[in-house]
Design a protein around this ligand. Sequence first.
Ligand code: NAP
Length: 465
Amino acid sequence: MFIDGKWIIREDIDVFDPYTLENIEKITALDREETKNAIEVTEKHKEIMKNLSPSKRYKILMKVAEHLSSKKDFFAKTISIDVGKPIKQSKIEVDRTLTALKLSAFYAKELRGETINSENGLIFTKKEPLGVIGAITPFNFPLNLATHKIGPAIATGNSVVLHPSSKAPIVAIYLTKIIEHVLKQMDIPRGVFNLATGNGEIVGDEISKNDNVNMVSFTGSVEVGESISKNAKMKKVTLELGGNNPMIVLKDSDIKLAAKSAVKSKFLNAGQVCISVGQVLVEEEVVETFTKYVIEETKKLILGNPLDKNTDIGPLISPESALRIENLIKQSVSEGGELLIGGNRQNSLISPAVINIDEENILSKIETFGPILPILTVKDSEEAVNIANNSKYGLQAGLFTNNINNAMKIADELEYGGIMINSSPTFRKDNMPFGGVKKSGLGREGIKYTVEEMSETKTVVIHNI
Ligand code: NAP
């Protein structure tokens, strides 16, 4: 819909506010031919990006950050309306986006190769862009996750075609307006950045298949990630996918702190966070105390209007998603789960639920992506690690213990992309390597690491010198 510097404005897809359920926008849905055209335009502009000096790439990113910074409140409010995220959490997303843009700008000037000693002459390497980056993003962090792809892509001199989720596309449209403005100010052809809104099954699918795309940078569900991986064939692909992130609580830890951390992180964005707590594995000696604190903390949470500054939990992205969570709770209970609090649904809102489960329960096996905190009692750390590793996922794990030697041993044993000690799994800094193993993904994000993924190493050897 923003292709080659022109906006294509149609009313193809209705976008809803997940809290009021009102239709807030109608957006363009590109068909396959239009998507192919958007990719072709991006491809035609790749040399322009490649030839932009590091200073210019730096300047684009810093200027985008400057404009975003002057509209922080507007962007935070837009995220809350688009996604249903509580406003205090949306503000954090905007701040993190600014960090991601500035870090990307830094790396635009920091791209460097190396020299290799050789008796045959001089060997050195250069970092080069890949060409066209096809960025596909999910609904839950529509600004920050888009920037985690756009920022490093620009820093490394790639042109970009972005497909934001049609469930929450508005923020990406406003971000594109800023990028358009900055490119115009700097007299850079707008076709270096194109926004392809529409349905993922058409637009995202075409991006993953199209031969003019050099790399697909995808964040979203395992199911779509697998389809992208098949379609992409020889293209470079990074996949940031879902998980059932375990949090292990051992008896020697600060139990109150662990309970507070579990509740605070589990119910962020109504549980719609890829590194949300999947299940808490608690040593049996402390499970009663832990559960008591968890219930106390859960009762304090305020459910409701995302625009209210006191709200802790807003709606899920749609009534259908909330219904899915309601049904999951029913299934968990039918399998022996004990619902301790919450789980009541009203349209897209679900009150925060805490459930005691065992290892065979559905909630121990899947990514819920909703406000359910399952607690599972374990005999000891060995059993906790076995349950944690008996999973098809491997994104992040949390571990509470006051024994550093044990913590290091368990960190080695856990088959996860990131281990958070004395924290829930829900921790991410924009400059740390981030990504999963097993079905949770392929490759790493985190600006420096995405810069690596989005650039190619060229080796030059000078003989006879
Ligand atoms: P999703 O349904 O997989 O959608 C993600 C993106 O893929 C959207 O832009 C979607 O477009 C597009 N898409 C849909 N079908 C496609 C296809 N066949 N080919 C190519 N693209 C396609 O995920 P979501 O519901 O938006 O987000 C939730 C998931 O994302 C969860 O599993 C969560 O764990 C994961 N996630 C992971 C991370 C991470 O960094 N590891 C971060 C955030 C979220 P449409 O929406 O228009 O269909």
